[in-house]
Each structure stands twice: as structure tokens, then as C-alpha cells.
Design a protein around this ligand. Sequence first.
Ligand code: PMP
Length: 405
Amino acid sequence: MDWERVRKDFPILDQKVHGKRLAFLDNAASSHVPEPVLERLLTYQRTEHSNIHRGVHALSQRATDAFEGVRTKVKDFINAREDREIVFVRGATEGINLVMHGYGRKYLKAGDEVVITTMEHHANIVPWQMLRDEKGIVLKVVPITDDGRIEEDAFVEALSERTRLVGLVHVSNSLGTINDVKRLVSLAHQRDIPVLVDGCQATPHMKVDVQDLDADFYVFSGHKMCAPTGSGVLYGKASWLERMQPFMGGGDMILSVSFEKTTYNQIPHKFEAGTPAILPVVGLGAAIDYLETIGMDRIAEREASLGDYALGRLKALEGVRVFGPDKDRASVYSFGISDVHPHDIGTILDQAGVAIRAGHHCTQPLMKRLGVPATARASVAFYNNEEDVDQLVGAIEHVREIFGV
Ligand code: PMP
């Protein structure tokens, strides 16, 4: 694979910031959109756009085909069984909130339990706390090991007759840990407990097969996998989606409306009230085409090799502590440099042209577990190269010089 050729699909990378070559290593927050996806967005908006599902005219049909075509693409991409198991949402956050409203608010009662883990993103914590405050459910949190892996015994212990849902991140956005979701799902299923998997950091980097994982719900965001912001997916087994109540009411999610009574549309439309984010969804379809043209296995290999290089170089630096496990990890590296505040690290790196993230990465309880207020985080995508990593390492050395650590 000619990775330098691939990199040219992302002209945004070819620029200087603060007079320095840009090394963009903040891909876990949001990835970039390659030229073929940008072209598809322009073509759609220039020649195919109209509102979908309702119109009898040609453009409306074309737009509907474009939109619904992406549903099939997503279905194939994650190996769902049917198109109707794919619900378009704005992103993973909305997907999890939809499950909280559609399933949690309808079926959970005081004393019922939801089990999550210490390494969840706020998106998979706060909705369950809202449900706790509303319904009196119990939120149980499974601890993690010092190197950032879920404690399996504690996971099994946390499951009880009152557990109604497990919420689990597939790949941690802060630690890079790749959780053994298939195994954890099977442990939950032994007790008939459904599992919602937050796949935000998995779908951009590896082949995901929801049937193989046997997840009941799986959410992800388009903007982390080469699509623009505004598109996301909630996959749900049809049997679950059918039992759930709608999240929002309005146009398109109904079969008939009178002032006395409304009957809801079939899944997935029952969950897609109003005009959806048509353009971002079209972009998500083009992004899937793009990723599949390269091949998810090749992307995973490329990121593993760049990631090993980055991890090796970071670990060789004195005073640098890298969080997370040594193996079964994605190319996301949270680190600290002695007692230098991560925001100072981020600012100095920015001056050197290196874009990383500094903060709690929407995982404040995880930061507490790690015993730090925040971390610096470099996240590598397939369109990065060794030069980006070297620039990162050079800039970290500069931080150490400045702070004398
Ligand atoms: N979960 C994880 C693991 C994430 O990395 C993110 C994005 N930072 C989210 C959930 C939320 O995604 P979004 O903001 O796109 O809804």
C-alpha cells in the first residue's frame, strides 16, 4: 500500500501551523475527510439533494436512494442482519441517549441495575445517571486494572438478577484498551442481560462484526471515521428496537396521526423523527466506501505498525509515562511528562506544529482512577506517518528541556 499516496487524499494535513509542519495526532477526537468523500458531498448537494421519503418527484427519489443506500452500506460494514437494524443518529452520544429513552425509560424500574465500567466516556455514564435520578435505578461500575483493563471477575460479580443492561466501551478513547467485547457480551448473555457497546473508537480502526460480537446495541460516530460531523449510527437487534419507544416525535416516524391517536412507523423510521442529517449520512456512505477501498485489515495493520513505533519511542523517553496496556490496544496514547500539566504540554506541542489533545477526554472518572487530573493524548490514524511521530517525540523532548525534567 502506498501510504504517502493515501495521505495526499487529506490535503488539510499539508499545511503549516505556527510556521511549522502540521503533525495532526488528534484523530480520536475527530478524523479528517478525504477528497473522494468531499467530492461525493459536493455532487450530492449539487445534483441530488431534496428532502427524502416524502416527495414523488425525481430528485426526492434520488436523495432517498442515496440516503437509504447508506443504510445498506452501514449494515454490510458492521455485518448487521437487516437494514432496519440501522438507525441514523447525529453521533454516538445521541445513539446512547436513544437507548436510554427508548429502552431505559420504558422498561427500567427503581432498583433495576445498569452496569458500566470505569473507562466509559461521559456519553455512556451521564445518560444512565439521568435515568438513575429519574427512576431510582442503580448504576454499578466495574473497576479496571492499573494498566487499564476491565477486571473480568468484578464484571461477572457485578451482574445480578436486577441487571437490565451492560454499557461497555469497545476501545477506550483515553487508554486505547481494546476490550474483549465478544467475551464480555457472552458473559452477560449467560444471564440474559443485553449489552450496549460504544464503538466510537473501534469502527475507524478495525473490522467490526456486530453478529460475531453478538452486541444487542452498537453505537458509533461518522466524524471519527472520515465522514463529516452530524452522522452516527445506532445498531440494535430488531427484536430490541421493535420493543422500544420512540425517542423524538414528529414527521416521518409515524404511520398516521389524528388528534386522538398516532401510530408509529416501522423500525428504523420510528426512531428518525424529522428531516435527518441527509448530507452527513451521504458522507458516511462515501467514507465507508473509502475505508473499504483501502481495507479495514490494512488500516488496522498500518495503525498497529505506526502505533508500535510511537509507543516504543514514547516509552524510551525519560520522565514520560504512557497510560494503558502494552498489548490489545489501539493507537491512542495518553501520556504525562513528570509533573508538567498536560495543558502546558499541549500548548508547547501546538507551537511545534503537533496537534494533540490535553484534558480529561470526557472520561473524568477514569482520570480519577489513574490519579491524574488530565493527560496529554496522541492518537494515530492510518494517514499519519513516521515523520508525525518523530515530530511529536522531538516536541516532547523540547517540553522536557523547558521544564528541566
Ligand atoms: N464514546 C467514545 C469512546 C468517544 O471517543 C466519543 C467521542 N469522543 C464518544 C463516545 C462521543 O461521540 P460523539 O461526541 O461523536 O457523540
